[in-house]
Design a protein around this ligand. Structure first.
Ligand code: SF4
Length: 323
């Protein structure tokens, strides 16, 4: 299902995490009014019949309830007229039983939580202001009420390591989350992390380590049934000058998928690959040419294939996870 994104920069955030610069990353400084949201939905519905509306970019449940209600009611007017469901992003410490019930009552079906890491020293050094226990509690509350639960994970945060990032993916998959996004930590000029880096208190990951670490985390998550729906931040072209350092690449997700295909082929004696035309680059791209010599590749028409039904012995079907 296609998504209508509604971006609410810093909405409901009570303090600032060291890596965060939403203005620098998106160029969006203003929250849309209900009228602007209505216009956006009307325009999107001209091009497709079914949509999900997603509130991104802040701490939705940190907003006063009256404000949340205005946003949710604005969207729920379209239920039955093209909008199928609502998704919100928030922080784990802004979810409790009462808030989960409130979201459910107002038509929210998917809640994405900024977990970032499951190690408290990493969360503290990043000034997240919550603990890994808060993440566990929020997931438990939401899963218990039947929400689809997503998590955002970051790699290369201050005090983190390869082992901690991989273990965070493992812990979250064991907690039964449904969806994950993995973002390498970037240093934006407007973020506190920039000052930390200049003082020598933070060193960003290099691109090779970011790709490899993300590929390992994706394998961990997808093996356990978690859909990884985004790898790397989308930064509009005119905002990229705001990135001071860090492992940014506009095709980061594609490169990670290629790395995963290569690892699976090399480690699991894959004999044949089936890939849909839209994702050929996952097989052929980014230094993967040599795998042609070892395996047969069948390109399929259409966009149906996803990354499941792995017959590890003979066939790896390369397909795309969907949210
Ligand atoms: S990372 Fe999320 S919680 Fe932290 S300041 Fe940015 S939007 Fe708010």
């Amino acid at each position: 299902m296609k998504i209508i994104p509604i971006f609410l920069p810093y909405a409901g955030c009570k303090h600032r995490c060291v890596f965060c610069d939403q203005f620098g990353a998106t160029g969006e400084a203003k929250r849309p009014s209900p009228e602007e949201i209505k216009n956006k939905i009307t325009n999107y519905l001209k091009t497709s019949k079914e949509y999900e509306v997603a509130f991104y970019g802040g701490t939705f449940t940190g907003l006063p309830k009256e404000v949340q209600k205005i946003y949710l009611k604005t969207v729920s007017e379209w239920f039955g007229k093209g909008v199928k469901l609502i998704r919100v992003s928030t922080r784990p410490d802004e979810i409790d039983e009462e808030m989960a019930d409130f979201l459910k009552l107002h038509g929210v079906k998917i809640v994405e939580i900024g977990a970032q890491s499951m190690f408290d020293d990493v969360l503290e050094a990043s000034k997240r202001g919550h603990t890994s226990e808060d993440v566990k509690n929020a997931i438990k509350i939401l899963k218990g009420r039947g929400f689809t639960v997503g998590v955002h994970l970051m790699i290369g945060l201050p005090e983190s390591s390869r082992e901690k990032d991989l273990r965070s993916a493992e812990i979250l998959s064991e907690l039964g989350v449904d969806i994950a996004r993995i973002h390498p930590t970037l240093v934006f000029k407007g973020a506190e992390l920039y000052k930390m880096m200049k003082k020598g208190e933070y060193k960003p990951l290099n691109i090779e380590e970011a790709i490899d670490r993300s590929s390992e985390m994706t394998i961990i998550l997808e093996e356990r049934g978690v859909r990884v729906v985004r790898l790397g931040l989308y930064i509009p072209e005119d905002q990229r000058e705001n990135i001071a350092a860090g492992p940014y690449h506009p095709s980061f997700g594609d490169i990670v998928r290629s790395r995963i295909v290569r690892k699976l082929v090399e480690n699991l004696s894959i004999k044949r690959i089936e890939v849909d035309k839209n994702h050929e680059s996952w097989v052929y791209g980014h230094g993967n040419r040599e795998i042609f010599r070892k395996v047969g590749v069948k390109i399929l028409k259409g966009d149906k294939l996803l990354f499941d039904e792995l017959d590890y012995e003979k066939t790896l079907r390369v397909y795309r996870s969907r949210s």
